[in-house]
Write a protein that binds this ligand. Sequence first.
Ligand code: SAH
Length: 241
Amino acid sequence: MAQKPELVGRSIPQAAQLPAVSGLGLDSDKARFHLIDALAQHFQLDSSLVEVMRAVPRHRFVEPAFVSRAYEDMALPIGHQQTISKPSTVARMLDRILKHHHGQDRKYLKILEIGTGCGYQAALLSRLFGEVFSIERIKDLHLLAKKNLRGMQCFNLRMLFADGLKGLAQAAPFDAIIAAAAGDSIPEAWTQQLKPGGILLTPVTSANGQVLEQVIYLGHGNFQHLQLDAVRFVPLLQGTR
Ligand code: SAH
């Protein structure tokens, strides 16, 4: 029984409300802490999320030409017409998963990410949860993510080159599924691969633009749907290349 979606949530802050960053290089830690601390305060982020976002160097995941903008709150190109998601969007999606599973031991939670891209969010997920699977449909990006994550000790992260529309039946069910690409509807495979009590977060494209949608599996075939904020993600596409 799907409930009527309800619009909730705070809007994403305008760039002007967040700190401007310049002069990276040796200053990159400082620039990163500045951005993450502003996001933490603005969105009242979970403290473990703040800790991992402070630790993971986002500038190592962006193209060299954009390194100086890595600590502005914006999506940036990663090649193949794809982007690394905006830090505030990543933060709020991960925060929602953490708060949903509040009180549970994170090391026992199994997460599926659709759209590895450059691997930034996968790095955060692997530091936050027990077991993480991440699927990417573009071979070059799958390889780029592997390269970016080399030496980052993400031993609990499995990256797969595949079409994420089908989810990952062999590792299901999941405590959370998080998609970084927007389709016109939510693939049934994803909702079917949630554990009872599991949460799915995905952007969905409609006539009015993209909205972040949350689905919670209540068990016994019942789902609770909620529409959150307007967002902007790259399209969810079929097949691999
Ligand atoms: N998680 C990334 C965001 C990557 S952008 C980050 O940390 O910033 C979204 C990614 O989804 C793109 O790399 C795109 O190729 C991928 N994608 C789109 N459709 C997909 C599909 N069906 N299966 C797997 N990945 C897909």
